[in-house]
Design a protein around this ligand. Structure first.
Ligand code: ZN
Length: 286
C-alpha cells in the first residue's frame, strides 16, 4: 500500500468518525400537533430534528374535525403530541383516543402558563380555545415546545434553545409591528362570523363581536341587534374565515353597506398570516 492510499483511507475513516450529528430522514422525531399554526411553532424550535404533522388539515374546522384512518395509522409512529391544551373541541373529543392508540407518545401541553379567557359573549359561559391568536401566548407555547423537546432529546438542548430564541425574536418583532399598525385605529370594535380573535382583541385593545352563537347560525333578532350595533359604531367591514359559511356575514355587510373580508385564525405560516391579519384590521378599523 502506498503512503497516499493509506492517507486516503485514514482521512476516509476520520470523515466517518467526525460526521456531523445531522439526522437522517428517518432519524427525525415524529411530532403531531392539533392546529396548523402549531406546525410553524414546533418546526421553528425543532428545525431539522422534527417532522411535524397537523391533525386538523388546511381549511378544516378544529371544532368539528374527525380523524381519518390514515391519520390514526400515522399517529401510531409519532413520538410526541403537542396539544393546544385549551378546551378546543378536537382535543376534547379525540386526544384520549389518540393517546390510547400510541401509549409511548409524549404529550406536551402548549397551554401551560397561559391565562385562559371567557368566550367573547359573556351571556354564553365558556372558554375561548383560540389561544394562539395572541403572540404573547405563542411565546409561552414556544417555550413549552422547547422544554418538551429538550426533555425527550436532551443531547440537542442547545440546538433547540438557539432555535427557540430566534423564533421568539421574530414574534417580538411581529408583535411590535402589529401594535404600531393598530395604534391609530379610531374604531376599536369589530364584527366577525366565527369569534376566534378574543386573545388577539385583548392583546391589542380591540372589542370582538361574534355573529356565530355557540357554534350555530344566529337568530334573526340577534342579527338585527348586530346590524344596529354596526350602524351605531360605524363598522364597515365584517370579518369571516375560510373554515366557515359566509352567508350571514354577507347579509349583515349588505345591510350596512359594508364589505366582507376573510382572515384565517388557522393559517399554517403563522407570522406571515398574522401580519396579513394585522393589515386587514388596520384597514377595517381606520
Ligand atoms: Zn375556531
Amino acid at each position: 500500500m502506498t503512503v497516499n492510499k493509506a492517507l486516503i483511507i485514514v482521512l476516509f475513516l476520520m470523515s466517518i468518525a467526525c460526521a456531523p450529528a445531522a439526522p437522517m430522514a428517518d432519524d427525525k422525531i415524529g411530532a403531531v400537533v392539533t392546529v396548523l399554526p402549531q406546525v410553524e411553532f414546533v418546526s421553528a424550535v425543532g428545525g431539522g430534528r422534527v417532522d411535524v404533522t397537523a391533525m386538523v388539515p388546511p381549511g378544516a374546522n378544529p371544532h368539528t374535525y374527525e380523524v381519518t384512518p390514515a391519520q390514526m395509522a400515522k399517529l401510531s409512529t409519532a413520538k410526541m403530541y403537542f396539544k393546544v391544551g385549551s378546551p378546543i373541541e378536537f382535543e376534547l373529543t379525540w386526544l384520549d383516543k389518540l393517546t390510547a392508540q400510541n401509549k409511548d407518545m409524549t404529550v406536551v401541553d402548549c397551554n401551560k402558563g397561559i391565562e385562559l379567557m371567557q368566550s367573547w359573549d359573556s351571556d354564553e359561559p365558556g372558554i375561548d380555545p383560540h389561544t394562539w391568536t395572541s403572540p404573547k401566548n405563542v411565546k409561552i407555547m414556544v417555550n413549552n415546545i422547547c422544554l418538551g423537546l429538550v426533555q425527550l432529546d436532551t443531547v440537542n438542548k442547545s440546538y433547540y434553545e438557539a432555535n427557540r430564541d430566534i423564533y421568539l425574536q421574530k414574534l417580538d418583532a411581529m408583535d411590535s409591528d402589529i401594535k404600531l399598525a393598530l395604534a391609530g385605529a379610531v374604531n376599536r370594535t369589530f364584527i366577525v362570523y366565527h369569534p376566534a380573535w378574543g386573545y388577539f382583541a385583548r392583546e391589542y385593545g380591540l372589542q370582538q363581536l361574534g355573529i356565530e352563537k355557540e357554534g350555530k347560525e344566529p337568530q334573526a333578532a340577534y342579527m338585527a341587534r348586530l346590524i344596529n350595533e354596526a350602524r351605531d359604531k360605524n363598522i364597515r367591514v365584517i370579518f369571516v374565515s375560510p373554515q366557515f359559511d359566509t352567508r350571514s356575514a354577507e347579509a349583515i355587510a349588505r345591510e350596512i353597506g359594508g364589505n366582507v373580508v376573510s382572515i384565517d385564525p388557522e393559517g399554517r405560516d403563522y407570522i406571515d398570516n398574522m401580519r396579513k391579519v394585522a393589515a386587514a384590521f388596520r384597514e377595517a378599523l381606520k
